[in-house]
Design a protein around this ligand. Structure first.
Ligand SMILES: Nc1ncnc2c1ncn2[C@@H]1O[C@H](COP(=O)(O)OP(=O)(O)OP(=O)(O)O)[C@@H](O)[C@H]1O
Ligand SMILES: [Mg+2]
Length: 311
């Protein structure tokens, strides 16, 4: 299952993603975590010290070799440089398995049973050139080529705001957790996101965060209704984790919230055909946005109409 944490800046995306990932890993479940945010904080939230966190290789800086591996013997993709973030797999492409023996997972870092992948931080080189989308392109390629099986989880900590909806990236997820504080801005993004998601049949579940009392809860319920899956309060455990303590125990209510989140993910039914078709749709949209007719045609021809995920 492919899961994303989205929401406004500072709402608690990284915190909840890391708690969820730890929750799964503690139960012995296979889980990969991807830091897809401009500011890379997930590694530290998972308990790595700053020094080790800074050493995690950035997928975004290895795109040529990653693309070369993925395209494999696919005759529709002439070279790594012809491959863009939306280029879908086709006959001859290599596909990924969770935690597999491949160049993506080779760049990952094991943290307490979690495979952590990172797109890499936004650097000055990215400014004005290709923007951060070039780097998150590594995440899109990873998700497009990953055939995850039942009981396997990929959890992505996403960039704040509606950026995740600028490309087709949001359609790659089986479930998006929208982390919302009980504030106007917190629920404001909910409206924006659900509009995008509804058109594509992408499931969103709201997880309230920093909910302090019944009024906060009533506020969330009034604005997001039944989409409110569960919530966390102001958490002493989160604070203790932030202080670097390693003897932290979650409260029962917090564990119960994480269990509900896992149940919500497990209840999703995979629709590989929709996954494939939407990937192609966004790739064609990307192709048709190009002004150079030759480039446009080259990208369009990358679509292999006969390809189906081997599931
Ligand atoms: N339930 C909680 N209880 C206590 N503190 C929390 C809780 N959730 C988040 N925080 C704190 O709020 C701050 C922001 O959280 P976090 O970094 O997870 O947000 P974010 O949405 O990932 O932010 P950004 O948009 O900058 O990536 C952090 O200091 C975090 O420890
Ligand atoms: Mg964050």
């Amino acid at each position: 299952m492919k899961v994303a944490f989205v929401g406004k800046g500072g709402s608690g995306k990284t915190t909840l993603a890391s708690l969820f990932v730890r929750h799964l890993a503690a139960r012995g479940l296979p889980v990969a975590a991807i830091d897809a945010d401009i500011n890379q904080h997930l590694a530290v939230a998972l308990g790595l010290d700053e020094e080790r966190a800074a050493k995690i290789p950035a997928l975004g800086e290895r795109l040529p070799e990653l693309k070369d591996w993925l395209r494999g013997a696919n005759p529709r993709i002439a070279s790594a440089s012809a491959m863009v973030k939306t280029t879908p797999p086709g006959d001859g492409s290599r596909l990924l398995g969770l935690g597999g023996d491949d160049p993506f997972h080779a760049l990952g870092q094991e943290v307490d049973g979690v495979t952590l992948l990172a797109t890499g931080p936004f650097s000055d080189d990215d400014l004005g050139v290709s923007c951060y989308h070039a780097k998150t392109g590594a995440v899109e390629l990873y998700l497009n080529h990953l055939v995850d099986g039942p009981g396997e989880y990929v959890v992505a900590d996403m960039t704040a705001g509606a950026d995740s909806f600028a490309s087709g990236l949001f359609t790659r997820f089986d479930l998006m957790f929208l982390v919302a504080e009980p504030t106007r801005k917190g629920v404001g993004v909910y409206r924006q996101y659900t509009e995008y998601a509804r058109d594509y049949g992408v499931a969103i579940a709201v997880v309230g965060n920093k909910v302090q009392d019944d009024d906060d809860l009533a506020y969330l319920r009034a604005h997001v209704g039944d989409d409110l899956l569960t919530w966390l309060g102001q958490s002493a455990a989160v604070r203790a984790l932030e202080q670097g303590r390693d003897d932290v125990v979650l409260e029962d209510a917090e564990r119960a919230a994480l269990d509900l989140m896992r149940d919500a993910v497990d209840a999703r039914r995979k629709d590989w055909e929709r996954f494939r078709a939407q990937g192609v749709e966004f790739h064609l949209r990307n192709a048709r946005s190009r002004t150079d007719p030759a480039l446009r045609a080259e990208l369009e021809e990358q679509v292999d109409p006969g390809f189906r995920y081997p599931v």
